[in-house]
Design a protein. Structure first.
Length: 128
């Protein structure tokens, strides 16, 4: 799997795509593959303040429940309500329609500190 180069990845398997000070966040293809079929998704309210590393929601699959970690700090601007209603899009399109939240990024340097697509692919290949 080649990971899109227009975003950065956390070692917890979340991605962020930055557009100005807005960051769209989701989970990687690797993460959804590890989870299996997603059946439930819980996301935060708009307006919630997050710090890098904060839990912003949970994703439940037939295998497990996993927490979602914000790769950066910021304020939640949008929540993908369509995804909450149809969480299976996380499995079919994790880097597209499977986006979860949009935040106003507080510190763009946090994004720069994340992995690029090639480094993330190496991280996953190393079995982390």
């Amino acid at each position: 799997m080649a990971y899109p180069g227009d975003r950065r990845y956390s070692k917890d398997h979340e991605w962020i795509r930055l557009e100005g000070d807005r960051g769209t966040i989701g989970i990687s293809d690797y993460a959804q593959d590890q989870l299996g079929d997603v059946v439930f998704l819980e996301l935060p309210e708009v307006g919630r303040a997050l710090k890098a590393g904060d839990v912003f929601g949970t994703v439940e699959s037939v295998k497990a429940v996993s927490e979602l970690y914000s790769p950066v700090g910021g304020e939640v601007l949008e929540v993908n309500q369509a995804l909450v209603k149809s969480p299976e899009a996380i499995n079919t399109d994790p880097h597209g329609q499977g986006w979860m939240i949009v935040v106003r990024v507080g510190n763009p340097a946090e994004v720069a500190g994340l992995l690029d697509g090639a480094a993330y692919e190496a991280h996953v290949a190393a079995g982390k």
